[in-house]
Design a protein around this ligand. Structure first.
Ligand SMILES: Cc1cc2nc3c(=O)[nH]c(=O)nc-3n(C[C@H](O)[C@H](O)[C@H](O)COP(=O)(O)OP(=O)(O)OC[C@H]3O[C@@H](n4cnc5c(N)ncnc54)[C@H](O)[C@@H]3O)c2cc1C
Length: 415
């Protein structure tokens, strides 16, 4: 029996949308009372405008203050102070990870933004025992977690495509990438959390201890407490990755191959896909960003279809296992229905593969294209509707002038 499946689409459409700016005048007495709190870190009451911006670049809410916590106690004291103002107080508090939300979720109009990246008191600690894990601050970037755990030959199991995001930020959402079909999203790979609750208490929670809080905070959009520490499950890290892209001219073969691969017992380690509008130059751009090792094939590839689909897959391996990996990859590829001459592959280190979006960030920043508005849309689509969705959206709504990535993550609901 096939596992229950949903297709998760992340659609990034470049639309010209208006930017929402909201300014609320903060109460002076409140600011004075915050300034008197004894803290290891400090509050900023000026220069707070960087906390009124996020990656979406569509919403801007000016806070009254930014807390740079020097300890978890600073966060607890601040939240407790706000809680004790009573239910008539309109002062809001938002944790801010790396500020990569899209619509102001990590901002607080006239309120307090807690800059979680300032929280340096929680040191990263790797436990490399039988069930390895890392304890890390809620404000730690995933790229730093990767660097630290790799020193022990270990790495987290489930990722996002982009690693310059914080633990607290992605665990407040879900954290989805091409490993989700196997390990579930990042929130399914957490053993324990430390949380500052809405009353300003510091509580440890797990599936066994304070489990309601644990399950509410994971994917809780920061509304059930502030994650100050997370215990993330680890696995042995491979050294190398065979990174493969193949192209499909019809959606049915593409999606059926994705479903077959995520249902198979022995399969790839990462499975994603994306939609490509086939216009002059786009395939060349796509190839150059990926840098495949087989440019002869690449130069021969042609398709007259307006929209084509790319399946992106990887196989992890260590150098001494290269021969086995080749055999397994060839066996899996032989079962797929991609277009002949459309197979591109490259071999990279594990860290190069996981941090792949960062090199695009560097290029986009250099062109001034990173800090533009980002109206993104994430949809979860059940398998029963995916063909209708593809026909209507990719067939009728998508224009030749549409820009930006459209990604398709096949995931098993059971994970
Ligand atoms: C280039 C790019 C690529 C991305 N790729 C993926 C992807 O592949 N898969 C995926 O799942 N997502 C992806 N995302 C989305 C990303 O997971 C979310 O935008 C995430 O919220 C960003 O993390 P952040 O650390 O910047 O959080 P922020 O934007 O700072 O915060 C996000 C939310 O979490 C809350 N929050 C932050 N820290 C804490 C905390 N410690 N405790 C409690 N609440 C907290 C905030 O208040 C806010 O509501 C991507 C984003 C970008 C910009």
């Amino acid at each position: 029996m096939k596992p229950s499946l949903v297709q998760f689409l992340k659609v990034f459409l470049l639309l010209a949308l208006g930017r929402v700016t909201n300014t609320q005048v903060p109460d002076q007495d409140v600011l004075v009372s915050l300034g008197k709190l004894p803290l290891d870190g400090h509050f900023s009451f000026h220069d707070v405008s960087t906390a009124a911006w996020d990656f979406g670049n569509l919403s801007s809410f000016m806070p009254a203050a930014v807390l740079h916590p020097g300890s978890v106690d600073d966060i607890a004291a601040t939240v407790r102070h706000v809680f004790l103002m009573g239910e008539h107080s309109t002062l809001t508090v938002a944790a801010r990870g790396h500020g990569h939300s899209l619509r102001g979720q990590s901002q607080a109009a006239g309120g307090i933004v807690i800059k979680m990246e300032s929280l340096r008191s929680v040191k990263m600690r790797v436990n490399s025992g039988a069930s390895p894990y890392v304890d890390a601050s809620g404000g730690e970037l995933w790229i730093n977690v990767l660097h630290e755990t790799l020193k022990y030959g270990l790495a987290p199991k489930s990722w996002t495509d982009y690693l310059h995001l914080t633990i607290g930020g992605t665990l407040s959402n879900a954290g989805v990438s091409g490993q989700t079909f196997r390990h579930g999203p990042q929130i399914s790979n957490v053993n324990e959390l430390e949380i500052v609750t809405g009353r300003g208490e510091i509580v440890t929670c797990s599936p066994e201890q304070n489990s309601d809080l644990f399950h509410a905070a994971l994917g809780g959009l920061g509304q059930f407490g502030i994650i100050t520490r997370a215990r993330i499950a680890l696995e042995p890290a491979p050294k190398m990755v065979r990174w493969i892209r193949v192209l499909y001219s019809d959606f049915a073969s593409f999606t059926e191959d994705q479903e077959m691969l995520i249902s198979a017992e022995r399969t790839f380690d990462y499975i994603e896909g994306f939609v490509i509008i086939n216009r002059t130059g786009i395939l060349n751009n796509w190839r150059s960003s990926f840098n495949p090792q087989d440019p002869v094939w690449a130069s021969q590839f042609e398709s007259d279809r307006r929209v084509i689909f790319s399946l992106e897959i990887t196989k992890n391996y260590n150098p001494e296992e290269a021969e086995n990996m080749e055999q397994e990859v060839n066996n899996l590829l032989s079962q797929l229905r991609y277009m002949p001459l459309s197979l591109f592959h490259t071999d990279v280190t594990y860290i190069e593969f996981l941090d792949r979006v960062h090199s695009s960030e560097v290029k986009l920043r250099a062109k001034g294209m990173w800090e533009v508005p980002h109206p993104w849309l994430n949809l979860i689509i059940p398998r029963s509707s995916i063909h209708t969705f593809a026909r209507e959206v990719f067939g009728k709504i998508l224009k030749d002038s549409s820009n930006g990535p459209i990604m398709i993550y096949p995931v098993n609901k059971s994970r």
